[in-house]
Design a protein around this ligand. Structure first.
Ligand SMILES: Cc1cc2nc3c(=O)[nH]c(=O)nc-3n(C[C@H](O)[C@H](O)[C@H](O)COP(=O)(O)OP(=O)(O)OC[C@H]3O[C@@H](n4cnc5c(N)ncnc54)[C@H](O)[C@@H]3O)c2cc1C
Length: 395
């Protein structure tokens, strides 16, 4: 089979790979992108509930998890959220801000993918889909050589943009990590992030019956806390606050949920006991939380107790139950539903300026395959754009 020669080979035709391809091709490099999927940018299309939360107005290294928390700073400042917003604006893609500075397309995530593919076409990027890669090697001449189902390729630079392990149905593979290991890179153990929790049988049985209930609360673990909604589901706990804390959760750990962050429940009950002595406990709490949830958490008997029947000690216990609801997840739903993969290619062996390997000249790792994981809120795409852009300036 003849070998096709290029300047740059990029494996992965999605967020980070396409951004890198655009930038490299704009510099006059001949760029070939390879992907085993039958369509480019599948994760972009499914992101943000179909509206792609493409970045955030407020981006800093604090919004990322990595064994090297400083690594992402340089790339995020070289190609920032404002640069990507500029591109989206040039294409007149309508977008809007949701809470916490999150930016979503008004119409469809397809707008973002179409924009990236138009930029690729304009810059002369070639994209080969349905391409299964069997062998990757670096020859003594310094070129990278690939054997694939669509032919052999060689290039001076090889960029790995194959993402993480989340949503295997969408074509996620461990390919990037394998290539990293093949070339002597350290890969931090991976795990599912931004993922719902499954519960122990006792909790699951009552929470499943409240499927659909959403509560704005503060969810904490030993490390950090988030204030957003939690969502009770027939499988366990989900919603933005749960997805956020899941990225910090360690197996076996309990999480603490403050179900009434704006209320001092002990104080409220103490006062209500004298003013509204005959009011039932559940009717006092219903201003703040769904009645079904109150009854399920307290049990019928306590929920139906008149306030005057509650001792001060009991009020304190009830306040603790709502302010410090402790729940020990059984596990997470895993990569099947996770939005991201924690861990990955060790950043200490990559250049923070351009993502090049410090071990193998011409080899680059960008996007989610690296050990940089963003919070929920557009941060993962921003990392894909920023890291892809930076590599694109050098490859
Ligand atoms: C349901 C869902 C919703 C999300 N919503 C958001 C959101 O709104 N905002 C946000 O910031 N982030 C979101 N994310 C996360 C975001 O999609 C990813 O972080 C981002 O796509 C990572 O970009 P990437 O280019 O590194 O990898 P990916 O987008 O995962 O792309 C990797 C590419 O590599 C290809 N590939 C993989 N293995 C091989 C192989 N062996 N051979 C050839 N090609 C291969 C894949 O087919 C794919 O095209 C979401 C994720 C999911 C799963």
């Amino acid at each position: 089979m003849p070998t096709q020669s290029n300047d740059v080979l990029i494996i992965g035709a999605s967020a980070s790979g396409l951004m890198c391809a655009i930038e490299a091709a704009k510099r006059g490099r001949q760029v070939q992108v390879l992907d085993h999927a039958n369509k480019a940018g599948k994760k972009i299309l499914m992101s943000g509930g179909g509206r792609c939360n493409f970045t955030n107005y407020d981006v800093s290294a604090d919004n990322y998890i990595s064994h090297n928390p400083h690594f992402c700073k340089s790339a995020l400042s070289r190609f920032s959220q404002w640069d990507f917003i500029g591109l989206v604006s040039d294409y007149k893609i309508p977008f809007h801000e949701r809470e916490h500075g999150q930016l979503f397309c008004d119409e469809s995530a397809k707008d973002i993918l179409t924009m990236l593919l138009s930029e690729c076409a304009h810059a002369g990027v070639q994209i080969q889909l349905n391409c299964d890669i069997s062998v990757v090697e670096k020859t003594t001449s310094g070129k990278f050589k690939l054997q694939t189902s669509t032919g052999n390729y060689q290039a001076d630079s090889l960029v790995i943009a194959t993402g993480g392990l989340s949503i295997p149905k969408m074509g996620a593979t461990a390919f990037g990590y394998q290539i990293a290991k093949q070339f002597g890179h350290k890969v931090w153990p991976t795990s599912a992030g931004l993922v719902p929790f499954t519960l122990q049988p006792d909790d699951k049985s009552w929470i499943a019956q409240l499927s659909g209930v959403a509560i704005n609360c503060i969810v904490s673990n030993q490390q950090t806390s988030f204030r957003e909604n939690i969502l009770l589901t027939h499988r366990g706990l989900s919603g933005p606050a749960i997805l956020q804390i899941s990225s910090y959760w360690k197996a076996g750990e309990a999480i603490t949920i403050n179900l009434l962050p704006d209320v001092d429940l002990n104080e409220l009950l103490s006062q209500a006991r004298t003013k509204n002595a005959n009011t039932l406990l559940k009717n006092t709490l219903v201003k703040y939380l769904p009645k079904r949830f109150i009854v399920a958490l307290l049990g019928d008997q306590l929920a139906d107790s008149p306030l005057q029947s509650l001792s001060q000690k009991k009020c304190q216990e009830i306040a603790k139950q709502f302010h410090q609801w402790q729940i020990k997840p059984n596990s997470t739903e895993g990569y099947r539903t996770a939005e991201v993969t924690l861990g990955g290619v060790d950043c200490n062996e990559l250049s923070s300026k351009n993502m090049e390997s410090s071990k193998v000249a011409g080899l680059y790792f960008i996007g989610e395959v690296t050990d940089v994981t963003g919070w929920l809120g557009g941060y993962n795409f921003q990392w894909a754009w920023s890291s892809g852009w930076c590599a694109g300036q050098t490859v």
